[in-house]
Design a protein around this ligand. Structure first.
Ligand SMILES: [Zn+2]
Ligand SMILES: [Zn+2]
Length: 295
């Protein structure tokens, strides 16, 4: 059932509103010819850097632990992820683990099936979901620096805004940071909303997850969401060579220079038996989520 406007914590949405207004003002400035090319280059580059923080960081590392890295690089990934203004890594991972455990059920906080597309896209963040459930991310709580960073989650975002402004003034703030933030937000959020509505289903996962190549391009590989729901413990979400998965390629490249290692691959069965005779999806899912938490 779609939520009513009064169900949301509307007073807390002001930062999101402000950033959207910044983006609109930036576009008006651009239409008037007041934005240098460097600001567009910054916007373009930061899109991929911050999206990588979301996909490799929030998602494939902190939520699913699909590869290993050093404690220092782990912290760096967390900072890059949080520069995208999607709250703390522990908050993100805790909610995401619930998304897999309760996909499309009542406890799935951003299911478009439960409360509609707008709720799944952005509304859920303001639906009394601001607290971090540390019990869901015990494995990550053993790093005190992550717990602290999770509490002061907005600091990397503010630092980025300051740097953009220091370099290119208003154009840096409004286009390099503001418009960029809006694009990264909505690009990411398509996975919560459209990836459970638009695309193809390869595996019977017991939920509405879909594979969609357009969403895979804008999210660096997250659009292979049905693959991911089928086997969430793989760092590679584009299971086949033709399934573009930029995040996975970058992780592979980082492994060649020893920055990350133990990159988990999909099991052989996803290319064979699972295509014809899917296992009981709910059992596999519960098992996978538990194994992450127990680690
Ligand atoms: Zn999903
Ligand atoms: Zn996931």
């Amino acid at each position: 059932m779609a939520k009513r406007l009064r169900d949301y914590e509307l007073l807390q949405t002001y930062p999101v509103v402000i950033v959207h207004v910044m983006a609109v003002i930036g576009l008006v400035m651009a239409a008037m010819g007041n934005v240098p090319w460097e600001a567009w280059a910054l916007c373009f580059t930061l899109y991929w850097v911050r999206m990588w923080g979301v996909t490799a960081g929030y998602h494939r590392y902190f939520s699913h632990r699909t590869f290993k890295t050093s404690r220092v690089f782990q912290f760096i990934i967390a900072i890059v992820a949080q520069s995208s203004a999607q709250r703390g890594v522990l908050w993100w991972a805790a909610h995401h683990r619930d998304h897999h455990k309760f996909s499309d059920q009542e406890r799935d906080v951003h299911s478009p099936i439960q409360h509609g597309l707008v709720h799944a896209q952005i509304g859920w963040i303001y639906d009394h979901n601001g607290k971090t459930d540390y019990a869901r991310v015990k494995d990550m709580c053993k790093f005190p620096e992550l717990v602290v960073l999770n509490k002061v989650w907005v600091v990397p975002t503010i630092l980025l805004a300051v740097l953009c402004t220091a370099w290119l003034g208003w154009a840096g703030l409004l286009i390099g940071f503001g418009l960029n933030t809006v694009l990264v937000w909505h690009g990411t959020f398509t996975i919560n909303s459209l990836s459970h509505v638009w695309g193809n289903t390869r595996y019977e996962t017991g939920d509405t997850s879909r594979n969609n190549w357009i969403l895979a391009i804008i999210t660096m590989g997250e659009g292979w969401h049905n693959n991911h729901h089928h086997f969430m413990n793989s760092a590679r979400q584009g299971f086949f060579w033709w399934e573009f998965d930029m995040t996975y390629y970058t992780l592979k490249a980082l492994s060649w220079v020893g920055i990350v290692w133990d990159i988990k691959a999909p099991p052989a069965r996803v290319y064979g038996a699972d295509l014809e005779a899917p296992a009981s999806a709910r059992d596999v899912k519960a098992e996978s989520v538990s194994s992450i938490e127990a680690a």
